[in-house]
Structure formats: structure tokens, C-alpha cells
Design a protein. Structure first.
Length: 86
């Protein structure tokens, strides 16, 4: 009787291990698809913070877009450009 319980327990443990390994593979595939749909981020040229396109303050210089984390960083960037041109 005890042998039967031990065998049933081992079979159950083996089943759980196999099902968790199979479930882990599916989870990995889902996480890679989530990464494909991730938002594009840009580095703020003033403070170095990464900001998403949705949350960024956009400034233009020579037709190129620059992404900033805040209006304060945008103003600092403009001040830096003014000092360089003098």
C-alpha cells in the first residue's frame, strides 16, 4: 500500500515537472511577442533619461526630432545651443 502511494506521488511530481517545462516554453514565446510591441524610447540629450515617444516633449533642430523628458530639459538644450553659437 505504501509503495502504491509512493509511486503515485512520484508520477504526480513527474507530471508537474513536465507540465511546468511545457508551460515555461509558451510563456517565453509570449514574452518575446510583448517585446516586439514595446514602445520606442529615446534618450534625452540633456539629462540622459530614456523617455517613450508618447510621454516625450519633442523639439526640432535642422529638421530632426529630439525627444526630451520635460520642458525644462528642452529649455536647457536651447540655452546650450545659444551659448555655442555665440
Amino acid at each position: 500500500m505504501i509503495r502504491l502511494l509512493v509511486w503515485l506521488l512520484l508520477i504526480y511530481i513527474g507530471y508537474r515537472v513536465v507540465s511546468s517545462l511545457a508551460g515555461g516554453k509558451n510563456h517565453r514565446n509570449e514574452s518575446t511577442s510583448d517585446q516586439d510591441e514595446a514602445e520606442t524610447t529615446h534618450c534625452d540629450p540633456v539629462c540622459g533619461v530614456y523617455v517613450s515617444e508618447e510621454d516625450a516633449v519633442v523639439g526640432r533642430l535642422d529638421g530632426q526630432r529630439h525627444y526630451f523628458c520635460s520642458l525644462a530639459c528642452l529649455e536647457k538644450y536651447r540655452e546650450q545651443l545659444d551659448h555655442k553659437s555665440i
